[in-house]
Design a protein around this ligand. Structure first.
Ligand SMILES: NC(=O)c1ccc[n+]([C@@H]2O[C@H](COP(=O)([O-])OP(=O)(O)OC[C@H]3O[C@@H](n4cnc5c(N)ncnc54)[C@H](O)[C@@H]3O)[C@@H](O)[C@H]2O)c1
Length: 443
């Protein structure tokens, strides 16, 4: 089948690579000429485990191509997938300008039937706008060509995106057209062979399903962070509480880890956008607003602990392990690390930072500055630092050499934003150890 994907970011590239790997012919279109140039030179502009190999073999087989030419893209695919960004607007609502620009492009260039599929996360009602935008562009050309619009929100997780796409838990398809529904089945059949996992529903419900999923996950995180803060007040241990409640199958263990708040390109903007959509229809989304407020506070918790421990921070050097918003990605959008770094700098501290893959992204965001040293290993980051702060739970941080850690740091103090270590062991080893929600001494 012939497929065109607009937007070659985390979602577009993974989708394009996986669809090509199933034997389809895929053209990826992006407006970012530098990105397309890199892709055509065999470079993959993002860090996503396994993606390089899939892109390489499909590009070499001639099934996956990259272009900045939207007309060629529209001409190619029966399926036209929209996977461009939907960043927050100034008021928190989703900015639809990129999605609608693609819809206009499709209307301006199409000459036969298309299935227009929105993969980007978009507010309820966007499919109507996509349909209307295509219709307007066609009308301006004096043409009446048939097309269907589909909402097909994406649920992949950065860091495990290939597996999520290849073996999805579910494929949500929102459409009012039986014809489009059949085409979507044909598209996803190779990925749902052991059992049907396509859930077909009306378009608006499909759009809301994506926000509902992210809002639920964000709620779990904020809930646990609130409980963690309470555990500190009550001198209880949130890790015992976590295991205690996770054993209830109605609650489960997934997504109940306390930490430094959620970040990334999805949860923060999607919770905000849904709250904004709610406000537009006159509904006060009290839970969503609280989830966001708790998260904003939680992102400052590690800094507050550091400040409380040291008092004045001017001249202090803090080693920071982990910059990406979560392990196995280089994505730093809305990352908790950024809140910590910026708060430390504002108080006159400097940072020696290490992340296994997000250093180029850190350099791109912050450039060269005297109060930031990007180190080539976790050990190097410690040298001469007054304390260590752990922000992202990369595997390689889980079992460090505590002896050398102790000798490298000026003072043996660890601020652990991910509860990686055992407080009793840390005490035995002579560390000052502050974690999240682990009793009063962690306050
Ligand atoms: N990143 C995730 O984990 C994830 C998961 C599920 C859903 N989503 C949603 O998918 C969408 C895309 O997210 P992303 O993380 O891949 O974004 P991204 O920022 O990584 O990539 C978006 C790409 O779209 C390109 N673009 C913008 N306008 C264009 C146009 N008119 N034509 C062609 N390309 C254009 C940009 O240049 C960019 O390369 C968002 O709505 C996001 O909420 C993201």
């Amino acid at each position: 089948m012939k497929i065109t994907i607009f937007g070659s970011g985390y979602v577009g590239l993974v989708t394009g690579a996986c669809l090509a790997d199933a034997g389809n012919h895929v053209v990826c279109v992006d407006v970012d000429a530098a990105k397309i140039e890199r892709l055509n030179a065999g470079e993959v502009p993002i860090h996503e485990p396994g993606l390089d190999a899939v892109i390489k073999r499909n590009a070499e087989a001639g099934r996956l191509r990259f272009t900045t030419d939207p007309a060629a893209g529209v001409a190619h695919g029966l399926f036209q997938l929209i996977a461009v960004g939907t960043p927050p607007d100034e008021d928190g609502s989703a900015d639809l300008r990129y999605v609608l620009a693609v819809a206009r492009t499709i209307g301006e260039h199409m000459s036969d039937y298309k299935v227009v599929i929105t993969k980007s996360t978009v507010p309820v009602g966007t499919a109507d706008k996509v349909r209307g935008t295509v219709a307007l562009a066609l009308a301006a050309r004096g043409l009446a060509i048939e097309y269907d619009t589909v909402s097909n929100p994406e649920f992949l997780k950065e860091g495990a995106a290939l597996a999520d796409f290849m073996k999805p838990d579910r494929v949500i398809v929102g459409t009012d057209s039986a014809r489009a529904s059949d085409w979507m089945r044909a598209l996803y059949d190779p990925f749902t062979r052991n059992r049907d996992r396509m859930i077909v529903m009306d378009i608006r419900s499909a759009e809301l399903t994506k926000y509902a999923a992210n809002a639920m996950l964000a709620t779990k995180i904020s809930f646990m962070n609130e409980l963690a803060n309470l555990a500190e007040q009550f001198d209880a241990d949130i890790e015992s509480v976590r295991v205690g409640i996770g054993s209830d199958p109605r609650i489960g263990y997934a997504f109940i880890y306390p930490g430094v708040g959620y970040g990334g390109s999805c949860f923060p903007k999607d919770v905000q956008a849904l709250a904004r959509s709610a406000a537009e229809v006159g509904y006060d989304a009290a839970i969503l607003n609280a989830v966001e407020a708790v998260n904003g506070r939680q992102k400052r918790v590690l800094f507050a602990k550091i400040q409380k421990h040291f008092g004045a921070l001017r001249g202090k050097v803090i080693a920071v392990w982990g910059l990406a918003f979560k392990p196995n990605t280089d994505d730093m959008r809305a990352a908790p690390s950024r809140v910590l770094l910026e708060a430390l700098w504002a108080e006159g501290a400097s940072v020696r930072a290490y992340d296994p893959v997000a250093m180029p992204e850190t350099r791109r965001i912050y450039g060269d500055r005297a109060d930031l040293t990007l180190c080539s290993s976790s050990a190097e980051a410690l040298v001469g630092a007054d304390a260590l702060a752990i922000v992202t739970e990369w595997q390689e941080f889980r079992s460090p050499d505590f002896d050398s850690l102790k000798t490298s740091l000026k003072q043996p103090v660890i601020f652990d934003g991910r509860n990686l270590y055992d407080p009793a062991q840390m005490a035995r080893l002579g560390f000052g150890y502050y974690a999240i929600g682990r009793g009063q001494r962690n306050k």
